[in-house]
Ligand binder design. Sequence first.
Ligand code: PLP
Length: 388
Amino acid sequence: MTKIDISDRLKRLPPYLFVEIDREKKRALDKGRDIIDLGVGDPDQPTPGYIINALNKAVRDPSTHHYALDNGMKELRVEIARWYKERFGVELDPDSEILPLIGSKEGIAHMPLAFINPGEIALVPNPCYPPYRSGVILAGGEIHDMPLEEENSFLPRVDSIERSVLERARLMYLNYPNNPTGVPCDKDFYQRVVEFGLKNDIIISSDAAYTEMSYDGYSQPSFLEVENAKKIGVEFHSLSKTYNMTGWRIGWVCGNRDIIAGIAKVKSNIDSGVFNAIQRAGIAALKGPKSEIDKMKRLYQDRRDVLVKGLNSIGWQVTKPKTTFYLWAKTLGGRDSASMCKTLLNEVDVVMTPGVGFGSYGEGYVRMALTVPKERLKEAVDRIKKIV
Ligand SMILES: *Cc1c(COP(=O)(O)O)cnc(C)c1O
């Protein structure tokens, strides 16, 4: 039999560090064990009914059944522009500054193909959402880690990056509210990053998937609110988390028109856009009542309070995240994150994500997703108590 060899670029992808925990979770589920899964960052609630109704109607209209336009439906781009203006006060031109995506992950992973030559560098947070790394590697680029550390509020220290790195760097990824650490950032930080990007000729890519998920009255700004941001950057957004639409695959990138054009050029050679009926459902989502978002926030805030209070009561000190639906907690007794997660699964049937899976600076932490009901979170605390 011939040996099928994979490309060098695939071989350069970092090992998938969740493999082992995924395998063990599957084995436990197959055995019928009652697993409480805090591992997956996917909302457990259904997509709101008014969005499903809009899809239902759209899918029955044969005009939606054809190839979508590469740059998406005009009505969707206009609606996104309206939403950005209302939510952030940011003006966007629907024709040149907004591009719908098949989920933001798709655009995030394709972006380096447009801007990174082999040997050039992307500045990537560590820990981070894995597609930033893999997109750069698939494009033949190199990664320079920007450590996110607790003592710096999980913000990168952009001023400490060496000259030699800056000379070859083309692109920087940022993500606030942040997965996996659950922290937001303020406009001063964005202002510094914009100045840094302009000075060093580095494109800024802000991933804003969690801007609507914030608690205790906090409101996360957009990167594009800052003066001159549009000269050097773009922002990725998504309906996935805000409207419980992870499976639908719809998001967008907006901001600098030349950067948008570059991403569009890559995509026009690879995909054929978002299904028109889903774009119409996306319009309905953005036009929908704000009360749906408030309901979503109350649900996660409630769960967050239950889990944090419970863990603190059994001696596991964790802090309340202001944003996202993740708790980023130091492992118990300084254990390494993988063995902590193995113990949790094997001994008390609770799944968490080992921090090291998001990058070396995630070591010493685990991530819990608030995607199970309150009663199950209480049950999880009772179980975890046995191994504290
Ligand atoms: C969930 C998530 C997204 C959203 O991805 P989609 O492809 O739009 O579903 C983007 N960025 C981060 C950091 C996420 O955690």
